[in-house]
Design a protein around this ligand. Structure first.
Ligand SMILES: Cc1cc2nc3c(=O)[nH]c(=O)nc-3n(C[C@H](O)[C@H](O)[C@H](O)COP(=O)(O)O)c2cc1C
Length: 178
């Protein structure tokens, strides 16, 4: 599968089979994240993992808003995605930290697709509760919960709703709509 195939297949399933995942199922995606590029090579991504069947899974699930808990409960694992906002070498703010974390998570999601798994991110969760649960140090920001698992039997992805290329790609001299 090439990268465009992965991008076409990746989708937010809003449903999982309930099957648990093992650490080995997640390891390739974490390796893909680890190899991502980042501003100043600061590697701002941090991940807090709960596998289904572990207390950590239930605790992470508990931080999700109710609408997200409805489908997330059937995931095989939940990964709390965190951004470290300080450049380790200088102590200055890392203005590109969240950008780097997003790139790393995209690499993870493509890896899951390549493995025949599916994943979905959720920004609807209690960040304060998550921060306390994970014991996040200063300058660490919770970004999303990333649910991973197997799609349910007979699952059909929703059609993608996207802007046209004309709406997002411009040349100098074009009027970019506000
Ligand atoms: C950072 C992030 C946070 C999201 N938060 C939620 C959420 O809390 N609840 C939800 O149902 N979907 C959430 N989504 C899923 C988006 O709605 C979805 O990605 C978008 O509609 C495009 O659909 P697709 O992922 O199937 O291509 C989130 C996606 C991202 C990337």
């Amino acid at each position: 599968m090439n990268v465009l195939d992965l991008a076409q297949r990746r989708h937010s399933p809003r449903a999982f089979s309930g099957q648990a995942l093992a650490w080995e199922d997640l390891a390739p995606a974490f390796e893909a994240a680890r190899l991502s590029s980042s501003s100043y090579n600061n590697q701002p991504w941090r991940f807090v993992v709960g596998l289904k069947g572990e207390a950590g899974f239930d605790a992470l699930l508990e931080t999700a808003v109710e609408a997200n808990r409805a489908w997330m409960k059937d995931a095989g694992a939940i990964v709390g995605v965190v951004s470290s906002g300080v450049l380790e070498k200088t102590g200055e703010p890392d203005h590109a930290a969240m950008y780097g974390v997003g790139m790393a998570v995209n690499a993870m999601e493509f890896t899951f697709v390549a493995q025949g798994l599916t994943s979905m991110q959720a920004g609807g969760f209690d960040r304060k509760a998550f921060g306390e649960l994970a014991g996040l140090p200063a300058h660490h920001t919770p970004i999303a919960l990333l649910a991973v698992g197997h799609a349910p039997e007979g699952h059909t992805p929703r059609p993608k709703v996207r802007k046209d290329l004309d709406d997002i790609v411009f040349k100098i001299g074009d009027r970019i709509p506000g």
